[in-house]
Design a protein around this ligand. Structure first.
Ligand code: ADP
Ligand code: MG
Length: 324
């Protein structure tokens, strides 16, 4: 790991007594959680009216959770993710990361979009090194004696990340246009991991890929998450992907098509850590996809509509006793 590359941890008091382990645990848990409190978003439309996109969303995402935001196209998933990153502000309510309110683009969170996140005129290696180098040394600082050693360290870390993402060392000198879509997304993930962010925000990051590349990147992402347990918020409209990746699936849906009606949390489902797929869980998996899809389509208005049998199922899943 490259020293000095991690994001400054503003909420961990430096002088915390080493013996107070409970206090340390509580602070660390707060450090990488995401809290969404009563967030609503609306945009002006014609005749001074407004269109509500999100309505009273409240979610507490704990340190190390892998949350998948699922919902039909246009339901406001990207809008919510952009607000977690700080690219946009909610119309009302607030979002906090690591216990502090997100007010501008938040360098504590890593972000992977669907595509085009690499600088086209820089090589893979330059793309990977740029973030750590610019965050630690401004242009004049590069004349300082420590910079060369730091740069060597960053380059070594970039090579490790490339290998970790299943890329060859020979890919390091290529430009993005010389890579397939799948390879570009591998580099985009490596670029984010270089910054050692403990919160990763990913928006339809695999949607533009062919099915085989997509499943190999899904496996890769799960492995990365299992190794270092960052807090992940992953947006998708693909239910099978959500159930395979997430430890928690949050479905956003609108109760009606009216402009005044924004998406709400229609389902908040905790899953066992192992990841579910058709291959491993057969018909049970297909049944769960149907179940989740019915919330996504808005067929079920609120989580309160879940029958007692389903509630029992949710509880079992959430405690990992029933491996669907
Ligand atoms: N800046 C904006 N101005 C007006 N409407 C917006 C803006 N950003 C998003 N929207 C609208 O919000 C809705 C939700 O968009 P989005 O979050 O991209 O949905 P999703 O990611 O779920 O497909 C869309 O109807 C979109 O047109
Ligand atoms: Mg989107």
């Amino acid at each position: 790991m490259v020293s000095g590359m991690s994001t400054p941890d503003m909420t961990v008091p430096m002088a915390l007594p080493a013996t107070d382990s409970r206090a340390v645990a509580a602070t660390v848990r707060e450090t990488h959680s995401v809290s969404i409190e009563n967030v609503s978003v609306s945009y002006p439309i014609a005749n001074k009216a407004r269109r509500t996109v999100l309505e009273n969303i409240s979610l507490k995402i704990e340190e190390g959770e892998f949350v998948v935001l699922l919902g039909e196209t246009g339901c406001g998933k990207s809008t919510l993710l952009r607000m977690m990153l700080g690219q946009e502000r909610p119309t009302s309510g607030q979002i906090s990361v690591a216990g502090s309110v997100v007010e501008r683009v938040d360098a504590r969170s890593g972000y992977v979009p669907q595509r085009y996140s690499l600088f086209p005129d820089r090589t893979v290696l330059e793309n990977l090194c740029m973030g750590p180098e610019t965050s630690k040394y401004h242009i004049l600082g590069r004349l300082l004696p420590g910079f060369r050693a730091f740069r060597r360290e960053v380059r070594a870390e970039a090579c490790r990340q490339l290998a970790h993402m299943g890329l060859q060392q020979s890919d390091a000198s290529k430009y993005p246009h010389q890579l397939s879509g799948g390879m570009q997304q591998r580099v985009a993930i490596a670029q984010t991991l270089m910054m050692k962010n403990r919160v990763l925000l990913m928006d339809e990051a695999f949607s533009a890929l062919d099915p085989a590349t997509r499943s190999s990147l899904q496996r890769l992402l799960r492995n990365v998450w299992q190794e270092t347990r960052p807090t992940v918020v992953f947006v998708t409209h693909n239910t099978a992907e959500a159930l395979y990746l997430g430890t928690r699936v949050v479905v956003l849906a609108r109760a009606s098509r009216e402009d005044s009606c924004g998406s709400h949390v229609a389902l908040d489902l905790k899953l066992a850590d192992s990841g579910m797929s058709l291959r491993t869980h057969g018909q049970q998996f297909l049944d769960l996809v149907d179940h989740v899809d019915s919330f996504s389509r808005g067929d079920r208005k609120t989580t309160l509509d879940v029958s007692s049998e389903e509630l029992e199922e949710r509880t079992l899943i959430s405690h990992g006793e029933k491996q669907i």
